[in-house]
Design a protein around this ligand. Structure first.
Ligand SMILES: C[S@@+](CC[C@H](N)C(=O)[O-])C[C@H]1O[C@@H](n2cnc3c(N)ncnc32)[C@H](O)[C@@H]1O
Length: 217
């Protein structure tokens, strides 16, 4: 391994402060270490699912828990990606990496990057976004279904969501029930669950992770 932080450390996180601390130390080696060492490709599947359902007017998009910007990079490789694309993360150090991300044309991948905590109120306007996506953030630790309240608030009616949720937590941490309840309440359309590969190599190859797709009503 090319660094001493790995998935077990990320899965042990309990609080927003734990996250800020770990990701401030991980930002420089997250891609060269964890992503490369594990053949991690979940972000590619999340981006593909979003693009497969989106139309030209599903922007602006917010990449929630954007980290170093892998989802954004994958989205922006496709010229059909609606724009603009913003990112949000609790870790300024991860956002600093996302700020450096460029498209093949040399443009910044993200138009705006916001420091924000998904377990708190986000400093973003009501109905600001036409698309919301996320990968690797609704996982072990502290970001549960309660974070959806703020995401619904900042999504305009009709906004497209493609949200990756850890496969072990999708049912046990209440995400499946929450999406089902929200669909019954008319807050969102009936959610569709797409399963995409998480890793393309290594010991976890074959693991599939869900991407939940729906629209805000
Ligand atoms: C496993 S990384 C995934 C990053 C990126 N989406 C990817 O696919 O590579 C999880 C990200 O969620 C962010 N995060 C964790 N807790 C958060 C919170 N409460 N609010 C906002 N972002 C958070 C972390 O800082 C980290 O960048």
């Amino acid at each position: 391994m090319s660094n001493d932080i790995d998935l077990a450390d990320a899965y042990a996180l309990q609080t927003p402060d734990d996250n800020r601390d770990l990701y401030s130390r991980w930002a420089n080696t997250y891609e060269s270490g964890f992503i490369t060492d594990n053949g991690y490709v979940y972000h590619l599947g999340v981006a593909q699912v979003f693009l497969g359902r989106s139309t030209y007017n599903d922007g602006p998009i917010l990449d929630v828990g954007c980290g170093t910007g892998l989802v954004g990079e994958a989205l922006r490789t496709d010229s059909s990606c609606p724009g603009p694309l913003d990112g949000l993360d609790i870790s300024p150090e991860m956002l600093k990496k996302a700020l450096e991300k460029r498209t093949v044309e040399g443009e910044s991948v993200y138009s705006e990057l916001h420091v924000g905590d998904l377990t708190a109120i986000l400093e973003l306007a009501d109905e600001a976004y036409g698309g919301i996506t996320s990968c690797g953030t609704f996982t072990h630790g502290h970001v549960g279904p309660g974070a959806l309240d703020e995401l619904y608030r900042i999504a305009r009616p009709g906004a497209l969501f493609a949200i990756g949720v850890n496969p072990d937590h999708y049912v046990t941490h209440g995400f499946a029930d929450r999406f089902a309840d929200d669909a019954v309440a008319g807050t969102i359309t009936e959610p569709a669950v797409h399963l995409v590969p998480t890793y393309e190599s290594g010991p976890n190859v074959g693991v599939l992770s869900p991407v939940i797709v729906f629209r805000r009503q």
